[in-house]
Design a protein around this ligand. Sequence first.
Ligand code: NI
Length: 204
Amino acid sequence: MAILKIARMGHPVLRRRADEVPDPTAPEIRVLVGDMLETLRDARGAGLAAPQVHVPKRVVIFAASREPMDDEDDAPDGEFSPLTVLVNPVWAPLGDERVLTWEACLSVPGLTGAVPRYTHIRYRGFTPAGEKIEREATGFHARVFQHEFDHLNGILYPMRMEDLSLLVFTEEAQRYGLPSLGEDEDESEGEDAETEAAEAVDAE
Ligand code: NI
């Protein structure tokens, strides 16, 4: 395994649509996934998509755990997810509800932005062992999946933002706090948002 160089915003590999993987069980996919796991661990991220390591294939890895990269804790469904590898993922929202929360990205270093995402989704894909995974996800789990999936279609999180005044340098946010996400945000959601922002800032 090897730690791979991470592509940053502006690199063409992050702008194109990644290719379907004809055989999820192919040996080169196993090697790629091994390298992606090591790269993600090294970067202390929550997720990584193959285009971020300059490989335009439809492969994502992520963990939506209470602890980054925790692959044992937490139930596989719902708000938290163990370490997951998905080849050729597809997804659909379950309902129209979206929530605005903070994200960060290894390909957009130093910045944090508030991005609307669907709160409840269903996704599926294949593992490199050829097994089909199908899950419903909510909250942070749903958000991380949507973020990583977007990388496969050449979309970085700032392109999803509806209010660019909510794109800030992480360092300044740490000094001055994150901007408010608006009046219709209730207190408990605000706390969640801050927790998730801290996770995203540290992790992704
Ligand atoms: Ni990203």
